[in-house]
Ligand binder design. Structure first.
Ligand code: PMP
Length: 294
């Protein structure tokens, strides 16, 4: 395989040389933000939405990204080009940068920007037809007035603890509730349920990331004339749903065929899930920023 190039603070370096300081507050405190973005046939899917979310997350945590929006777009596209990547995954990281051991961000003069481009396939193709098993977990989603889940921060311990619980349960995905018992999202995916032909997803203010894939699915529901409701729901609604599915940049659209031991619908990916997955895969290489044609 040819060399993998990583953008690191203004330079393109090899994977072996892509190292950061142990004093970086991203490492010491999870102080920073990131994006996970897909590239399909040379098209960065919903690039603007991802960059908007990155700059919004930065603003929310008072992090000054040392690149303008256009500069960020250019280095991202250039990293993709240097890796000759047509289909893959882009990880964009902005950490608070190196400081001292104290947590005061004023001690970190310059944020660090890192862009990694890699191949990606998190589930085998069969999993999109069979679906995954999921469990609800006892760990609650971060409450929005502590660390708002709308911020895609480098602090993913909440999600990792949830992943540990679903690993112990031996299943593929976790369902996180908020402290009021409403369903929020998966460990790193948004959640939808389908009941009597209506598609439901929780509002993000309950404690969920405003997923780019989630929005794409909401848009596709409109185009496919599927009724979509953004309303709070509980585990009871999940158990009795006809279909349950998760959405995310890496996962795309994947069903859950069992939740907490209850079989969902007919026990395989349902028709609405598969219709939305198909429609989603039709737009991923069209809707976004074309790296090579630019
Ligand atoms: N929720 C969380 C906690 C996530 O980390 C992600 C990203 N994998 C998502 C939802 C889905 O967001 P997106 O569709 O933008 O990838």
């Amino acid at each position: 395989m040819s060399e993998q190039w990583i953008y690191l603070d203004g330079q393109y370096v090899t994977k072996e040389n892509a190292t950061v300081s142990v004093y970086d507050h991203g490492f010491l405190y999870g102080d920073g933000i990131f994006e996970g973005i897909r590239i399909y046939n040379g098209n960065i899917f919903r690039c603007k939405a991802h960059l908007d979310r990155l700059y919004d997350s930065a603003k929310s945590i008072s992090l000054n990204i040392p690149l303008s929006y256009d500069e960020m777009l250019e280095v991202m596209a250039e990293t993709v080009r240097r890796n000759d990547m047509r289909n893959g995954y882009i990880r964009l990281i902005v950490s608070r940068g190196p400081g001292n051991l104290g947590l005061d961000p004023l001690r970190c003069p310059k944020a660090s920007v890192i862009i990694i481009v890699e191949q990606l396939a998190i589930y085998p193709e069969e999993a999109y037809l069979t679906g995954l098993k999921a469990v609800s977990v006892s760990q609650r989603r971060n409450i929005p007035d502590a660390l708002n889940p709308k911020i895609k921060s480098l602090n993913y311990l909440n999600n990792i603890l949830v992943k540990i619980q679903s690993n112990y349960a031996g299943v593929g995905e976790a369902i996180m509730l908020n402290s009021q018992g409403y369903v929020t999202e998966g460990s790193s995916d948004n959640i939808f349920i389908v009941k009597n032909g209506v598609v439901y997803t929780p509002p993000c203010y309950l404690g969920a990331l405003e997923g780019i894939t989630r929005q794409a699915i909401i848009d596709l529901c409109g185009e496919l004339d599927l009724e979509l409701k953004e309303v709070p729901f509980t585990l009871h609604d999940v158990y009795i749903a006809d279909e349950v599915f998760f959405t995310g940049t890496a996962a795309e659209v994947i069903a859950a065929y069992e939740v907490d031991g209850r079989t969902i619908g007919s026990g395989v990916a349902g028709p609405v899930t598969l219709r939305l997955l198909e429609a989603f895969r039709q737009i991923v290489d069209k809707d976004g920023y074309k790296v090579w044609e630019a």
